[in-house]
Design a protein around this ligand. Structure first.
Ligand code: ZN
Length: 131
């Protein structure tokens, strides 16, 4: 991931947000956002997804499904830093079926919180009571 890629990701994340004509505050919530994978090139949501690859039907850009999922998960994280990353949530966010694709991608590319927590716990050692 280069800095440029990050910037594109941020730009795309902002494209998920549709302006609410009744509200002038830049407030967004999950329900009102456009769901689905979007194109890394043109940000279109018009995607054809096959087994391993997905193709933008607007500009023809092809991407590995896994890469597209990771990109969209990162956008999700940026938009909702406090939301849990669950398979169901991401499947809905990316509009991808089967969910196994999401599961596999998340497992491979993102560390699960409990695993991180486990690492933090240092193995318990019996200390000699010297006092
Ligand atoms: Zn496109």
């Amino acid at each position: 991931m280069t800095e440029d890629h990050e910037k594109i990701g941020e730009m795309l994340a902002s494209l998920h947000i549709k302006e609410n004509p009744y509200q002038h505050l830049p407030v967004y919530d999950y329900k009102n956002l456009q769901k689905g994978l979007n194109c890394a090139k043109c940000a279109s949501f018009f995607f054809k997804i096959t087994h391993l690859k997905c193709q933008c039907l607007d500009c023809g850009y092809q991407e590995l499904v896994e890469k597209a999922i990771i990109r969209n998960v990162k956008q999700f994280r940026r938009l909702f830093p406090n939301e849990k990353l669950t398979t169901n949530r991401i499947a809905e966010w990316c509009q991808i079926n089967p969910k196994q694709w999401i599961q596999r991608t998340l497992k491979k590319n993102f560390i699960r919180k409990p695993a991180v927590d486990l690492l933090r716990i240092k193995p318990y050692k019996k200390s000699r009571q010297s006092r």
